[in-house]
Design a protein. Structure first.
Length: 133
């Protein structure tokens, strides 16, 4: 039964490559010896029930892609913020919005927006410290 199940997985394996006959035989042999099938999980004896291993919900490729997307979106947001700051009416509305608690409360911390007033000479990067010299 286990051999048929492993063959039926096709490319739905941890390596995304179908198991060979030799790999299936080795997995089944080792699983019968130890009650565990590598890449499949623990097998309960005599019940044929497989407890799957915990899935890894995020992969490094997904994280890298999300970080890249976030960086692009932040650049776009900063561009629009600079654009709106050039118009007095929009600038006033943005200042009012930023002072609301839901947005960050105007406390200067806790938000992820641009906390520098006016146009940015540093392309939207916030200054961590000011030079007193």
């Amino acid at each position: 039964d286990e051999m048929l199940r492993l063959q039926g997985l096709g490319s739905n394996t941890p390596t995304c490559v179908p198991y060979t006959e030799e790999e299936i035989m080795a997995i089944v042999r080792e699983g019968k010896q130890r009650g565990h099938i590598i890449g499949v999980g623990r097998v309960l004896p005599r019940q044929g029930t497989v407890i799957p291993p915990p899935s890894q919900s995020t992969h490094s490729a997904d994280i890298a892609r999300l970080k890249k997307r976030e960086k692009l979106l932040m650049k776009q947001v900063n561009m629009f913020m600079r654009l709106f700051r050039t118009d007095d009416k929009f600038s006033q509305m943005l200042t009012q919005l930023e002072s609301q608690p839901e947005y960050g409360g105007g406390s200067g911390s806790g938000g992820c927006g641009d906390d520098e007033p006016g146009d940015d000479e540093d392309d939207g990067e916030d200054e961590d410290e000011e030079d007193d010299s």
